[in-house]
Ligand binder design. Structure first.
Ligand code: CTP
Length: 423
């Protein structure tokens, strides 16, 4: 099958020119270049994907070095892995030396040696990701599909290439379900059986790799489908015994998506995923997945705040009281609790903090207070706090109001309220 016409239509002109140039330079070096993996799958499905992976028969790093010398591209080379990245103004291209992989033991990183295109395709996760398209002049556009990936695309199946695939690399268990749900495919029968058989092999995978797969799941349009399916297949509890998925997760993930900027969304998904955990259970999860300090703080805060929500369930709370109850928590943890709580007083108070109170600042700063005769140090700290509270509660609005209040405090030698916290 020849896909030359589809490539020409599908890829932006500028990108196509770059790829053809690389292939031309490779030919002069006696090397062949192929488009491979996700882009081939998506091209056959008609989905946009301009994340191009190129496989080179022969040394990809040397080829990339030559291309970088004759173009504007920036080069990032990994000699050890035989891979290189070419960064152009608008695009990035990944080049890899075609390779053979041998897994010495389950979960270990494979031993890698240079190989042919066919070697490179058989080492891949699923038949639909194990296709290539030639970019060489003599057979430009020719589909290379030794493992019937196109047939599986037509049958809408996720199929591994050999029975030990999941035990070699158990991250493929998570990847299989991610593709299945993204593409609305099904796991091929034997693949589904082997996936269940090899789910315990997830224990052989490092926390960083499992977390990375969860992060990829959270980049999907509807990660809740993947999470639900992982639960159905019995995979979730293998990552952590307290993880579960039900209608609750689906509804809350959907709500999170409507609220949150895409960059912050993954953290929010993490906080919602563990919302049913106890404060003690979370530690095991954080350690297993080697979660970053910042996200760990947000996840711990989520559960800590959950147990303290009853403090917010009072209509008599002043805005300043709400502020001091919530200011110590990570905003994403507050957001998670707002999404988790049904419309109620608590929900309204959380929203008020997120949308308004946390941004309230006094108009006067330390310098201006000094000019009013208030000395730096604890006295000024207290004045600023009283001004801030008054501003939160709408008792002062203008700079003049703030000045008046500051001066009256100076005269009073004020005692301030003890600070309110949830502790
Ligand atoms: N791959 C693999 N086993 C893995 C990870 C990746 O075989 N554990 C192979 C697959 O052939 C995949 C390619 O490496 O197509 C590139 O991986 P990645 O960028 O993660 O996937 P894409 O196919 O580009 O898919 P996506 O659309 O999710 O980006």
């Amino acid at each position: 099958m020849n896909l030359a016409r589809q490539i020409e239509q599908y890829l932006p002109r500028q990108l196509l020119e770059l790829v053809k140039d690389i292939s031309g330079q490779a030919a002069k070096r006696g090397q062949r270049v192929y488009l491979v993996g996700g882009v081939v799958r998506d091209l056959l499905l008609g989905y946009p994907n301009f994340d191009l992976d190129l496989v080179v028969e022969g040394d990809a790093v040397k080829l990339a070095q030559q291309v970088a010398e004759t173009s504007q591209a920036k080069l990032l080379a990994h000699h050890r892995f035989g891979t290189a990245k070419l960064k152009y103004e608008n695009f990035t291209l990944d080049l890899a030396t075609a390779r053979r992989e041998i897994y010495a033991r389950p979960g270990a990183l494979p031993a890698v040696t240079p190989g042919t295109l066919k070697d490179d395709l058989i080492r891949r996760d699923f038949s639909i990701n194990a296709m290539a398209i030639s970019l060489a002049a003599n057979d430009y556009g020719e589909l290379v599909d030794p493992y019937q990936g196109k047939n599986d695309l037509e049958r809408r199946l996720i199929r591994i290439l050999h029975p030990e695939s999941f035990s070699d690399d158990a991250t493929r268990i998570l990847r299989a379900v991610r593709y299945e749900q993204r593409l609305c495919f099904e796991l091929e029968t034997q693949t589904a059986e082997l996936l269940k058989r090899d789910t315990p092999m997830l224990d052989t995978i490092s926390g960083d790799r499992i977390r990375h797969e969860l992060e990829l799941i959270f980049k999907e349009k509807q990660p809740e489908f993947v999470i639900n399916r992982l639960a159905e297949l019995g995979v979730l509890p293998r990552i952590n015994p307290f993880l579960k998925s039900d209608g609750w997760i689906a509804e809350k993930f959907d709500r999170a998506r409507r609220l949150k900027k895409p960059t912050q969304l993954p953290s929010l998904y993490f906080c919602l995923l563990i919302y049913s955990f106890s404060e003690r259970d979370i530690e095991q999860f954080l350690a297993r997945l080697n979660i970053s300090a910042k996200l760990s703080r947000a996840m711990r805060d989520t559960l800590r705040l959950k147990t303290r929500l009853p403090f917010l369930d009072k209509s008599s709370l002043k805005p300043s009281e709400i502020y001091y109850l919530l200011r110590e928590y990570e905003p994403v943890a507050i957001q998670a609790n707002a999404i988790a709580s049904d419309p109620s007083m608590v929900h309204r108070h959380l929203q008020l903090f997120l949308t308004k109170l946390r941004y309230v600042r006094t108009s006067l700063d330390g310098e201006e207070l000094k000019r009013l005769g208030i000395s730096a140090g604890p006295e000024m700290g207290k004045v600023l706090q009283v001004l801030h509270r008054a501003k939160l509660d709408g008792e002062v609005r203008t700079r003049a109001d703030e000045k008046k209040l500051a001066l009256s405090l100076k005269e009073l030698d004020f005692p301030t309220d003890p600070e309110l916290t949830l502790e």
